[in-house]
Design a protein around this ligand. Structure first.
Ligand code: MG
Length: 376
């Protein structure tokens, strides 16, 4: 299988390369990164892809000069071109942000298999993406641990037999913090996730529980579920990655060590299950698995995402875009952690939700929400 790896210099991308390294039949055809030209250069020298994409236009020339053996393109157009290449079989979406919606649609239109780590794609354009997937008889495989878990749990029953899915949340670094404590949290604290080492956007989303919010919206589209079939439970150990409850009272759980390579390998080698170099999971070393209800008052981002499940599609598109901008502002230390949720509530309280019928609609709502999020 020839793979376009979009987001190759991020944490998912680097882990994907480790999985690809262990199987001779997995090959890298495209490498794409946002701006880390140094690492992208090293990866390109090692993997010799057909095409390299550097999202940052300013860095294209130098990179092209340094990589004479391959084609170097840039920007959104570069991403689109790269996923359309005829020898690409599957595209791994490991870059963050809703900018990936267009390239994902393009890849589906060309009949490529989609391996999805990016959450913003389905949150901002879930209906469009799933319709394109259906029309093209495509396949979207999740890489996110929770969705990979549900994907596996769903293999033990029929869709019509399902009662609900239960997504687990680690709770993030501020699990059980009081309102007062949450008012004083710093950027450095928010960037320290207790279980996973990931990029800054998703790490902040985990601290606000927006990560779980995006995941429930994503799950609704990916598995075509009704809002009432989706629930969340906090599970700080991050060993159970999700459950599916069937109508007959049976619950199927998927458990694994919190290691990104496990869901990555599941998606990259699907429908096979191949050997992984790991010692067996030890229940004795992990004797306690605990579960708690999420605190929606302290973490309003989760409540907003749950509301989005019941609204028309522009609501989740705006929620995602405004959140991306607010997280960026928090990372620049222009707003406080608590203001991410507060400002998001304020923006969405004025949003009149409507159906998004085209990529143009998605972009309009996305841009509008971004500019609002810069003003509030
Ligand atoms: Mg996850």
């Amino acid at each position: 299988m020839n793979i376009a790896l979009l987001g190759s210099t991020g944490s998912v991308g680097k882990n994907a390369l480790k999985v690809i390294d262990s199987f001779a039949d997995l090959k890298v055809t495209v490498l794409a990164a946002k701006q880390n030209a140094t690492l992208l250069y090293e990866q390109a020298v090692r993997y010799r892809p057909k095409m390299v994409v550097i999202y940052d236009e300013k860095k294209r020339k130098d990179l092209a000069k340094a990589l004479p053996f391959t084609q170097v393109v840039s920007g959104l157009d570069g991403l689109m071109e790269s996923v359309r290449l005829s020898d690409v079989d599957a595209a791994v979406f490991a870059l963050s942000g809703s900018k990936a919606v267009g390239p994902c649609l393009a890849a589906l239109e060309e009949g490529k298999r989609i391996l999805l780590a990016n959450k913003e794609i389905l949150v901002s354009a879930g209906s469009l993406i799933m319709q394109a997937c259906e029309r093209k008889n495509g396949l979207i495989l999740p890489i996110d641990s929770e969705h990979a878990a549900i994907h596996q749990c769903l293999r033990s029953g029929k869709k019509s037999e399902l009662k609900k899915i239960i997504l687990t949340a680690s709770g993030g670094p501020f699990f059980r913090y009081s309102k007062e404590e949450l008012s004083a949290v710093t950027l450095a604290q928010a960037l320290k996730h207790p279980k996973w080492s990931m990029g800054s956007k998703i790490t902040i989303d985990s601290s606000t529980l927006m990560n779980k919010g995006l995941e429930i919206i994503e799950a609704m589209h990916l598995f075509s579920l009704k809002p009432e079939e989706i629930s969340v439970v906090v599970h700080p150990e991050s060993i159970v990655h999700s459950f599916v409850e069937y109508r007959d009272g049976n619950l199927i759980a998927q458990l694994a060590e919190p290691d990104m390579k496990i869901p990555l390998q599941y998606a990259l080698t699907y429908p096979e299950r191949r050997e992984i170099k790991k010692s067996s999971f030890s229940f004795v070393e992990n004797p306690s698995l605990t579960f708690y209800a999420p605190d929606r008052k302290a973490f309003p981002c989760l409540a907003l995402a749950e509301k989005a499940l019941r609204e028309k599609s522009s609501f989740s598109c705006a929620l995602n875009a405004a959140n991306e901008t607010l997280v960026e502002r928090f990372l620049q230390e222009k707003i406080s952690w608590k203001e991410i949720g507060e400002k998001l509530e304020e923006i969405l309280s004025l949003h009149q939700s409507r159906d998004l019928l085209s990529l143009y609609d998605v972009r309009q709502v996305d841009l509008e929400a971004r500019s609002k999020a810069l003003e509030v």
